[in-house]
Structures are given as structure tokens and as C-alpha cells.
Design a binder for this molecule. Structure first.
Ligand code: HEM
Length: 128
């Protein structure tokens, strides 16, 4: 089974991102990163959902709708250190945990997303 299929395709990834942003609303650990986002998360949910479809080998919906993005560079506008990276990963880990995914896919996805999260932190730490 391919990764996009394992994630439940667009519907499954939409549920994952809904859980992720609902964790960001609820978790005290995520207060700082939540405040970097607009009050209305509709567009942020859609963008992350579309982006993850492409990451998992599905349709490149983000590219089609919004064009290309350099994620680390995009995130330079925020202050993202280890606390912010960990808060993002905590929201994602808890969201992944409640999805009806195979255990091996949950592990894979968490490890896969920790790579761009760390990259974003690293680029953010470099003064330009
Ligand atoms: C490391 C911790 C991270 C923090 C604190 C963070 C924070 C943010 C914030 C504040 C926004 C703007 C939302 C808005 O204005 O609507 C954003 C947008 C976005 N983030 Fe992150 N993010 C992180 C990691 C990631 C990772 C790991 C990914 C991908 C796997 C990702 C993908 C995106 C995408 C696709 C957008 C939308 C970009 C756009 O506006 O076109 N982020 N993020």
C-alpha cells in the first residue's frame, strides 16, 4: 500500500490536520505557536492538508492551488526554536495517535514530519 493510501487519502489527511489544529487550540504547550496563527484556521488547515497530500505521494494539491513554497524560508517570519518545534510535533504526534492508521505508518509519519520540523528550526536559528 502506498503512503497516500495508508493515510486515508484526502479524507484521512483532512481528519489528521483537523485533529492537529484542534490540539493546537487545546494544548497549553501550544499556546505560543497557536498565537503565531490567525484566529481563523480555515486556510491554514486547507494548506497543511494539501501540502501533506503531496508529501505522502498523493496529488500535489498545494502546488496546484498555491504554487511552490520553500517551507524553511516561509517559516523564517516566525520565531521557531526547540520549544516551538516540540510543541508543533506534540500536536502532530497526538493527532496521529488517534487516527485509524497502522502502527508502522504512525511511526513512519511522525519520523517523516520531524525532518522538516527540525529543518525549519535550524534555518530559523540562522541569522541572515
Ligand atoms: C516547526 C514548527 C512549526 C511551526 C511553529 C509552524 C508554524 C506555522 C505558522 C504560524 C504558519 C502560518 C499559518 C497561517 O498564517 O495561516 C505555518 C504555515 C504553514 N506551515 Fe508550518 N510550522 C511548523 C512546522 C511545519 C512543518 C513541519 C510543516 C510541513 C510538514 C509545515 C507546513 C506548513 C505549511 C504548508 C504552511 C502554509 C504555508 C502558506 O501559507 O502557504 N509547518 N506554519
Amino acid at each position: 500500500m502506498d503512503l497516500y493510501c495508508a493515510a486515508g487519502e484526502l479524507a484521512g489527511i483532512t481528519s489528521l490536520v483537523d485533529a492537529f489544529y484542534s490540539n493546537m487550540d487545546d494544548f497549553p504547550e501550544a499556546r505560543v505557536i497557536r498565537s503565531m496563527h490567525p484566529d481563523d484556521l480555515t486556510e491554514a488547515r486547507k494548506k497543511l492538508t494539501y501540502f501533506l497530500c503531496g508529501v505522502l505521494g498523493g496529488p500535489r494539491l498545494y502546488l496546484e492551488h498555491y504554487g511552490g513554497v520553500d517551507l524553511p524560508d516561509f517559516h523564517r517570519q516566525f520565531t521557531i526554536g526547540t520549544d516551538e518545534r516540540d510543541a508543533w510535533m506534540f500536536c502532530m504526534q497526538s493527532a496521529i495517535a488517534i487516527q485509524p492508521y497502522e502502527a508502522s505508518f504512525k511511526e513512519y509519519l511522525l519520523a517523516r514530519l520531524s525532518i522538516p520540523a527540525e529543518r525549519i528550526r535550524l534555518v530559523n536559528a540562522i541569522e541572515t
